[in-house]
Design a protein around this ligand. Sequence first.
Ligand code: AMP
Length: 395
Amino acid sequence: MSVSIGTPFSSKSTKVLLCGSGELGKEVVVELQRYGVEVIAVDAYANAPAMQVADRARVLSMLDGEALRKVILEEQPDWVVPEVEAIATEALVELEESGAVAVIPNARATRLTMNREGIRRLAAEELGLKTSPFRFASDRDEFDEAVREIGMPCVVKPIMSSSGKGQSTIRAPEEVKQAWEYAQLGGRAGQGKVIVEGFVDFDYEITQLTVRHSQGTSFCEPIGHLQVDGDYRESWQPHPMSGRALAEARTYAKSITDALGGRGVFGVELFVKGDEVLFSEVSPRPHDTGMVTMISQDLSQFALHARAILDLPVPAIRQFGPSASSVVLVRGESNSPSFGNLGVALNRPDTQLRLFGKPEVSGQRRMGVALARGGSLEEARHRANQVVADLEVSL
Ligand code: AMP
């Protein structure tokens, strides 16, 4: 293997165009820049977190295929690295087919995972992975039928959404109408199709971070997490699992990531009950629950993603023991939030804080993450939560 990286801003620069500039992208940019990669960060609004550390920023709607194509052709990156799902993936497919650009992990995987239907059908119908029972519905009649077939309780999600937006659980017949209306509001592309899934009474859920790189596939230790309203609040690593469940989780992760192909980090979300594993979904990029790896591993998921993108080796991943992350969730309205009491919040060993620098809060927004190690998972979680509790937020 012979990889070389050029000098930024020269004719030999190695360039990455990042589609989406949130907190995960920000860390990917930092890791790429450690190797002297020139990074252009794209998002729909100015001063997004990754833009604050990238070499250049371009503001455009990434759902606008023409605008996305134009910026890629102008910038001529070596790789396009999607950081979010809401992208005009057809434009990426065309550009990759024409040889104009390479997409991480590849354009097809980006297109398939943008839509819950594509990935669910691949996993359940083509690969034969166990999942919750599911139906799709495009209108209210189909929805009522799907809820009847799946039964209650069931979970409703727009097929084009992430982080719990538009997601709800139906436990009684009178909740059906509200669940439909909520899903219609929460879908990315406005009104649209939903998935109705049987509610899985799992013992726990994990993210199996999986890295496809030039030498093969590597796995991180399983990450346990706590979700509220479909959105992640805390994660920890390594989540204890039986040998059988862990082996099954890795078989599932290998199967779905091999089917998607390409290079990079994938976050494979799995539900576990006893030794049984169910596939839930997969991100073809670092995962929000994987932020814990910034303190728990020698190479975080972001460092691993950078290595995989650049075709660099990924030797054994070292895990440092019980570790946790806890999100800093801010509620209210502000375009200049500030964070105080840091002298207290950060005055404990084995803790760290990332503030994302998001320029605005309206409603509820994830603005940072606290990280901690401990002698046990309980201690690590307690320490991370304590950092968050000590922060004083001013709007
Ligand atoms: P998702 O956006 O599909 O990752 O869903 C967000 C979270 O909602 C998951 O991490 C689970 O905690 C919960 N969830 C999603 N689908 C189901 C299901 N079928 N049964 C039980 N909980 C679910």
